[in-house]
Every structure is written in structure tokens, then in C-alpha cells.
Design a protein around this ligand. Structure first.
Ligand code: FDA
Ligand code: NAD
Length: 434
């Protein structure tokens, strides 16, 4: 079998890979030096589109419209861009073996790839209900959403099961975004999750109450405090019912499951230091193995602002960590260095006409402010997180670009507050005057 050799290999062809390639392009890369190896069949794209505009009933986003780097307002990197730069896109190629001491990767088809410097950007995969043996979870029309192929299968099912019933399992990011999308596609939607409120990883009960009421007003049925324990299928093997732990049974034509992600570190087990479920890196995304970097979802990196090692499964960090790693690689080749990664966590989501942003850390006491009536035509509300007398996190629904910048500044600067009551009554104006 053929062997190919590159100076730099990026393993994975997702968000981090695309932004790393752009940075290589900016810093200067010789034709033939860089390859991206991806099991997906398409050039890197903005993954967030898959749970939003890609599934719209009309005017849906399609490639090449959302290749990186449009998501952050940059130029779109079409397959031709890689060709012009002499960057090899090795697509539909799954790496099944990595030998870090030998600097070698082997694909499922048996090809060998050698590198001098490796950037691991394999991201996350979905946790499946079959992983914990949920009965009937392999029925047809039970979907997960991670890659464009998954989204294409869901689009087909949406067409085939027009105006049907959808059950969404999970109340996290995927749950909330897909609940909305299925409702927009005119499905009768039920959402099921075990916690007392949606998005418990981030939302307070106050924040969650707004979204749950909003969704309920759109006709979505929210079933909390229980889980799916089994599925029944019809004679075609297509899912028919979802059985819940509390004994209820829901009819379903389509089930979408979003019960969390898992970083794809398997290939490197025992070869590189791990921490908090990811590959441990320094502030330049260097791993414990020389010349091997890890970026995006699977990197556990020092979050300078909180003096703590963290993993972040969001697109802004995937972009910025990739850029940081490439800058560090290029600088070290010239005997120079770059500043340490100094990241301010930033998460966002959009569904229906809603749009929120969050910056910082969701720890400590909270105050909610603004108009959080889900029936208001232009509800705008937010929340601050306060730790040791300082505002460390801020959330805003319905903010303008300037207002979102203001809450980002608050989370970064961590101003002191005199009293929680004063902060609550000042609300957004507290952020605007910082
Ligand atoms: P990413 O998953 O993007 O890329 C990994 C790549 O590696 C894939 O191309 C995969 O095929 C490839 N790969 C894995 N193993 C391989 C192997 N063995 N061989 C070859 N290739 C391999 N975040 C946010 O902030 N806002 C948002 O709105 C959203 N929305 C959103 C929607 C959906 C549907 C998902 C799944 C995720 C989001 N996210 C998000 C999260 C965000 O997309 C995520 O954090 C980044 O894509 C992470 O980028 P990475 O490059 O690390 O992984
Ligand atoms: P998540 O961690 O956000 O949410 C998982 C949800 O499933 C939680 O509410 C959890 O309690 C629930 N759950 C767990 N076990 C369950 C069970 N047996 N039955 C029912 N519910 C159960 O994960 P996700 O929503 O699956 O998202 C996957 C990945 O994609 C994450 O990395 C996420 O950050 C990313 N993503 C991000 C965005 C965004 O940032 N806007 C959008 C989509 C996806």
C-alpha cells in the first residue's frame, strides 16, 4: 500500500482543521507540506449549521455555502482554496491506527501517512443509547447529529414522515435546537430529559423556565425527570414508540437523540497524557508528545482566566485553539514564541426567533434581569454569575451586537459588585457602562 509523507498533518476535517488550514495559509505553507485527513467526504465546514439552517424547511443552507471560515465572518475556504495553496485534502479516509513514536497514521484502507508535526483535531462523537443497552435503540429513524451525513439522513426522514410525530431525547444543545427545528418542520414534538430543567450544564432554573415556556407556547410537549428506556418498531423496523422510565409511551415517527458528546481520543490511548476526558495540552496546544498538538473539542488546556485545566466543546474555542497551535508551530520554527492562550469562554445558540450568548464562567450566585416573559414580542433578559463579589459570567437573550460585546467585557474584566439586588435592578446597564 502507498505511503505518503507530509511535514504537517491535521487529523480530522472539522472546524478546528479548517481554521488551522487558514492560519497555515496566512503564515505561509509550501505546496505539499500540509495535509488534512478526514473521514468526512467534504472539506471543513461550520458544524453549527447542521442543527440550524441546514434543517430549515425552506431556504436551507447547503454546501458550499457554509464551508469554513464564514462562521466568524471570514472568507469561505472552498476545495479550490486548498488546491491553490497545495494543501492536500485527503477525504473519506478514516484513520484507524496512530503510532505516535513512529510518527505514522494508518487508514482503514491500509494507507500509511507519515508526518513531522501532527495536529490532532478529531473532535467529539455522539454518545449513543445503544452504548447503555437501551432496548430497541437500533430501530430505523432514530437519529444522532454530528456530521453532514447524519444531517442528510435526517433531512430524508423529515421529507418521508411529513407532519409526523417527533420525540427528542435529551434537553441539552442538540435537544433544544432540534426540538425547535422539528417544530418548524411541522412535526408534533415531544422532548424528554432526566433533569428538572433544560440545559442544566449552563442554564439556571430561571433561564430554563423562559425557554421551556416559549417552546410550550409553540406546541412542544416537555417531559422532564425521566428517560427513554426502550423503543418499539413496526414491521419495517422503523421506530413507532418511545417507552419512558415513568411508564409513559410516546408515539414517534422520528426520534432525535442528543445525550452528549465524547471526545475522540481512542486512537491515542496510552500514547499521550490525558486529563478530564481529553488530551492534555499546554497553552500552545502542545501535548505530552513532542511535535504532537491537540486542538478543539478534545483538548484539555489551561484556561488562564480561571487558572484551571478545562475542555470546551464549542465552536469559538475550536477556531481559536487551532489558530493558536499553528501560530505556535510557525513561531517555534523561527525560534520565536507566541503569547499563552488566554481564552474567554463563549457559547451561543439560536432557535426559532431566539438567540442567546454566554461569556465566562457559570459558577457562584446568580441574578436574572430584564424582560423574561416568553410572550413578550421582543423578550430581552439576562443573567450574571457572581463569585467572591465579582461578576464572572454573563448570559443575554435577544441582545444586540453591542450589548453582547458589553456582557463579554464584563465576563473578561470581572468587575466587583456591591450588592446582588443593585446588580439585578441595574441589569444590562451595569454591563453597558463597564
Ligand atoms: P469537529 O467535530 O468539528 O471535527 C472533527 C473531525 O474529525 C470530523 O471531520 C471527523 O469526521 C474527523 N475525524 C474524527 N475521527 C477521525 C478519524 N479517526 N479519522 C479521520 N477523521 C476523523 N458550538 C457552538 O459554539 N455553537 C453552536 O451553535 C454549535 N452547534 C453545533 C451543532 C452540532 C450539530 C454539533 C454536532 C456541534 C455544534 N457545536 C456548536 C459544537 C462545535 O461544532 C464543536 O465544538 C466543533 O465542531 C469542534 O471542532 P473540532 O474540529 O474539535 O471537531
Ligand atoms: P449536552 O451535553 O449539551 O446535553 C445532553 C443532554 O442529554 C443533557 O440534558 C443530559 O442530561 C441529557 N441526557 C443524558 N442522558 C440522557 C438519557 N438517557 N435520556 C434523555 N436525556 C439524557 O449534549 P448534546 O446536546 O448531545 O450536544 C452534543 C455536543 O454538541 C456537545 O459537545 C455540545 O456542546 C455540542 N453542541 C453545541 C451546540 C451549541 O453550542 N449551540 C449546539 C449543538 C451541539
Amino acid at each position: 500500500m502507498a505511503e505518503k509523507s507530509f511535514k504537517y498533518v491535521i487529523l480530522g476535517g472539522g472546524v478546528a482543521a479548517g481554521y488551522a488550514a487558514r492560519e497555515f495559509g496566512k503564515q505561509g505553507v509550501q505546496p505539499g507540506e500540509l495535509a488534512i485527513i478526514s473521514k468526512e467526504a467534504v472539506a471543513p465546514y461550520e458544524r453549527p449549521a447542521l442543527s440550524k439552517a441546514y434543517l430549515f424547511p425552506e431556504g436551507a443552507a447547503r454546501l458550499p455555502g457554509f464551508h469554513v471560515c464564514v462562521g466568524s465572518g471570514g472568507e469561505r475556504l472552498l476545495p479550490e482554496w486548498y488546491k491553490e495553496k497545495g494543501i492536500e485534502l485527503i477525504l473519506s479516509t478514516e484513520i484507524v491506527k496512530a503510532d505516535l513514536p513512529a510518527k505514522t497514521l494508518v487508514s482503514a484502507a491500509g494507507e500509511t501517512f507519515k508526518y513531522q508535526i501532527l495536529i490532532i483535531a478529531t473532535g467529539s462523537t455522539v454518545i449513543r443509547l445503544t452504548d447503555f443497552g437501551v432496548q430497541g435503540a437500533d430501530a430505523k429513524n432514530i437519529f444522532y447529529l454530528r456530521e453532514i451525513d447524519d444531517a442528510d439522513k435526517l433531512v430524508e426522514a423529515i421529507k418521508a414522515k411529513k407532519n409526523g410525530k417527533a420525540v427528542i431525547v435529551g434537553g441539552g444543545y442538540i435537544g433544544l435546537e432540534l426540538g425547535a427545528i422539528m417544530s418548524i418542520n411541522n412535526f408534533d414534538v415531544s422532548m424528554v430529559f432526566p433533569e428538572p430543567w433544560c440545559m442544566p450544564r449552563l442554564f439556571t432554573s430561571d433561564i430554563a423556565a423562559f425557554y421551556e415556556d416559549y417552546y410550550t407556547n409553540k406546541g412542544i410537549k416537555i417531559i422532564k425527570g425521566t428517560v427513554a428506556v426502550g423503543f418499539t418498531a413496526d414491521s419495517n423496523g422503523e421506530v413507532k414508540e418511545v417507552k419512558l422510565k415513568d411508564g409513559r409511551v410516546l408515539e414517534a415517527d422520528i426520534v432525535v437523540v442528543g445525550v452528549g458528546g465524547r471526545p475522540l481520543t481512542t486512537l491515542f490511548k496510552g500514547q499521550v497524557e490525558e486529563e478530564k476526558g481529553g488530551i492534555k495540552t499546554d497553552a500552545f496546544f502542545k501535548t505530552s508528545v513532542p511535535n504532537v498538538y491537540a486542538v478543539g473539542d478534545l483538548a484539555t488546556f489551561p484556561l488562564k482566566l480561571y487558572n484551571e485545566l478545562r475542555r470546551v466543546e464549542h465552536v469559538d474555542h475550536a477556531r481559536k485553539s487551532a489558530e493558536q497551535a499553528v501560530k505556535a508551530i510557525k513561531a517555534s520554527e523561527e525560534g520565536k514564541s507566541v503569547d499563552e492562550y488566554d481564552y474567554l469562554p463563549y457559547f451561543y445558540s439560536r432557535s426559532f426567533d431566539l438567540s442567546w450568548q454566554f461569556y465566562g464562567d457559570n459558577v457562584g450566585d446568580t441574578v436574572i434581569f430584564g424582560d423574561n416573559n416568553p410572550k413578550s414580542p421582543k423578550a430581552k433578559f439576562g443573567s450574571y454569575w457572581i463569585k467572591e463579589g465579582k461578576v464572572v459570567g454573563a448570559f443575554l437573550e435577544g441582545g444586540s451586537a453591542e450589548e453582547n460585546q458589553a456582557i463579554a467585557k464584563v465576563a473578561k474584566l470581572q468587575p466587583s459588585v456591591q450588592s446582588l439586588d443593585a446588580l439585578k435592578s441595574e441589569g444590562l446597564s451595569f454591563a453597558s457602562k463597564i
